[in-house]
Design a protein around this ligand. Sequence first.
Ligand SMILES: Nc1ncnc2c1ncn2[C@@H]1O[C@H](COP(=O)(O)OP(=O)(O)OP(=O)(O)O)[C@@H](O)[C@H]1O
Length: 303
Amino acid sequence: MGGRREVAVSTRKLTKKYGEHLAVDGVSLTVRRGEVYGFLGPNGAGKTTTLRMILGLVRPSGGSATVLGRPAGSAGVNRYVGALVEGPGFYPYLSGRDNLRVLARYRGTGDDDVERALERAGLAARAGDPFKAYSLGMKQRLGVAAALLGDPGLLILDEPTNGLDPAGVGDMRLLLAELAGAGHTVLLSSHMLSEVEETCDRVGVINKGRLVAEATVGELRGAGGLRVRAEPVSVALDVSKRLTEDHVTAVDGVLHLRADPGRAAEITRALVAADVDVHEIRPVERSLEEVFFEMTTDEEVAR
Ligand SMILES: Nc1ncnc2c1ncn2[C@@H]1O[C@H](COP(=O)(O)OP(=O)(O)OP(=O)(O)O)[C@@H](O)[C@H]1O
């Protein structure tokens, strides 16, 4: 039950340091087979670096990643993985179709596969145009088409809606739904909640290199919270973090705890036991946007 065969991607305390900077800080996430998983976070949160480690393109400073039951980047595994991570090097003077044909040769697939990928990515009508004439959105579609070559079971797409207009975003949503319906697993990143909330089965939220939540969209939305005004704020923050495994943000001296509102009495007791004066503690209902904003707001900046 729930064994390795159910898991498409799993990372354990995956970490990447650039000098002293922790770009990815102990990320443990799980993508199940057949699901569309949204990896959500603001710019610079560490999404691309995490995806690159999962693909074996960047060596982790610590922790590990497993893809389809094998170590990330190990021989043979990438055959089952299609990826769009920062524009692949396309030849500017070749058409979209010919660019894909070159890649298809590497992947050991044929022209039928290229046509199917172009069709699925919504690029068939312009497949004969040179790459350099493509708009950003069309380049993005070509990147997705390239990821689809060989019909891999697992797709890893870094910001696939980047540069797409609203119609393009809608098309991408349909494509993802179609892929999921056909049994593919999709791991995609985005910095826009609205882009993942309809499409994704589950969401991992990353902020400043750390995974701050992993849940279904429904769970995130339903997740209760508590608003606490207490002094001294720094002690209240420490206690709250301890009680909620770090799921606390402080905005203007008010703490927002991602915790079951039913825990209000327990949390109050712990605060008082730490000599904190509790002025107010009450449950809060928030929209998904607020939940996301709270989880990804830089405490220091917001204060
Ligand atoms: N090769 C590198 N050398 C040094 N720092 C890096 C390198 N790659 C990424 N970083 C830093 O690591 C952090 C995370 O970057 P990353 O690109 O993974 O974030 P992201 O969530 O994908 O953001 P974006 O959506 O802007 O691409 C950033 O602070 C970035 O500046």
